[in-house]
Design a binder for this molecule. Structure first.
Ligand code: CMP
Length: 387
């Protein structure tokens, strides 16, 4: 599998290298990336220019030809990406048709398909000038070239529960503030706060700190409610910013190294997993670098994760003595299995790259893979017998 993509021999493999392996920084991949990025930017600029009557009067024909050329290039790019999909390492086990259908559903390919949609809409509704503005969706094609955007997407997905809680809190604060103000000043300022929809609009404006519209509190209680609403608004917005900010910090910290497919596939514990399960693990495992001498686990602490050694070595110090674990070994499974405190202290013997599996993901992994559960239980039993 690897050799195919590293030494392409068929036209489809070569096309795959150029289209999907831009990260390998082949000159052809790089050139294609640049051409596509420039074309997307030029297309978006042309769409904006088309809304200026003066420019439209003089260049309507050339702008339309340019747009058709862009659509043609984007369509060829889309078809080519679908064509090479069976070469993707994670899709090689599927039939070519199955691989293509699966690939077409990936977020970046959905964006590429959306980028072609405006032409269809323009053909169906040629008179509608607003339809032309749907071309601006092509801007999203740049997501392919911005790994940081993928990071934001991943962060939002992984923090969705916390972010949803923020939305619930925000709605709660909004309704409470609106109801309080409506009750206190609804009769004094009926045109601004006389009904709940008007009061909700006031509360939303206060929470977002764009001011309270033209509402000036007429009572002391109204002023207190307004002041409280502004303060709560700061909290409501600070919360999601803190959640995403912390996520970013952790992502940057764990960028000490990036968890790759090959790195996870090399771990003996996962040797019998199929490509899809390994791909799942790649997104779940977190990377952590431990400089020599770092204490990774302290005896007696509560267990919250299991660790796999991607490179380096650690020293395990238990009641029975010292044991050295090397690349490919794992540790920290015992506390998670027994729900008892950590049985030993584990220290990095030299600079060590670790793959970290959180307790929740550990439980899910055991449920889905009984063979791995069996190996872990057996190892834990052996280790506790030796301790
Ligand atoms: P846990 O008890 O969660 O935390 C300390 C870890 O050290 C433990 O899980 C095992 O993974 C590891 N460990 C404990 N005793 C031994 C041993 N005798 N040999 C190898 N590893 C051990």
């Amino acid at each position: 599998m690897e050799t195919d993509s590293q030494f392409p021999s068929t036209p489809r493999q070569r096309a795959f290298q150029i289209l999907e392996h831009g990260r390998r920084r082949q000159p052809a991949s790089r050139a294609l990336d640049w051409v596509l990025v420039l074309l997307v930017l030029a297309n978006v600029a042309a769409t904006v220019a088309e809304t200026v009557p003066g420019i439209m009067a003089r260049h309507a024909a050339s702008l339309q030809i340019f747009d058709r050329i862009c659509v043609l290039v984007f369509a060829i790019e889309y078809i080519a990406r679908i064509w090479v999909a069976p070469e993707h390492p994670l899709l090689q086990r599927r039939s070519p048709a199955g691989a293509r259908v699966r690939f077409a559903g990936t977020p970046l390919m959905v964006i590429d398909a959306l980028a072609l949609l405006p032409l269809l809409l323009e053909l169906l509704f040629p008179q509608h000038s607003l339809v032309r503005l749907t071309r601006l969706v092509r801007f999203l094609k740049l997501a392919r070239y911005s790994p940081a955007l993928a990071t934001i997407g991943r962060l939002i997905a992984s923090e969705r529960r916390a972010l949803l809680a923020c939305v619930v809190i925000f709605i709660g604060v909004l309704l409470t503030a609106a109801a309080a103000m409506h009750a206190v000043e609804g009769t004094i300022q009926p045109d601004r706060l006389g009904d709940m929809p008007k009061a909700i609009w006031w509360a939303a404006a206060m929470l977002a700190k764009i001011g309270g519209g033209e509402v000036i509190p007429a009572t002391v209680l109204g002023s207190i409610i307004s002041a409280l609403t502004v303060m709560l608004g700061i909290g409501c917005f600070a919360l999601p910013v803190a959640i995403i900010g912390r996520g970013f910090y952790e992502e940057i910290r764990r960028r000490d190294f990036v968890v790759t497919f090959a790195m996870v596939a090399r771990v003996p514990l996962f040797s019998r997993m199929d490509a899809a399960a390994i791909a799942d693990l790649v997104s779940i495992l977190k990377a952590r670098t431990a400089p020599a001498g770092t204490t990774i686990i302290r005896r007696g602490d509560r267990g919250d994760a299991m660790y796999l050694i991607a490179s380096g070595a650690v020293e395990v110090e238990s009641a029975a003595g010292k044991v050295r674990l090397e690349e490919g070994d794992f540790f920290g499974e015992m506390a998670l299995l027994s729900r008892e405190p950590r049985s030993a202290t584990v220290t990095a013997a030299r600079a060590t790259d670790l793959l970290v599996l959180d307790a929740d993901d550990f439980t899910r992994l055991l449920d889905r893979h009984p063979d791995i559960a069996e190996t872990l239980r057996w190892t834990a039993k052996e280790r506790s017998a030796g301790a």
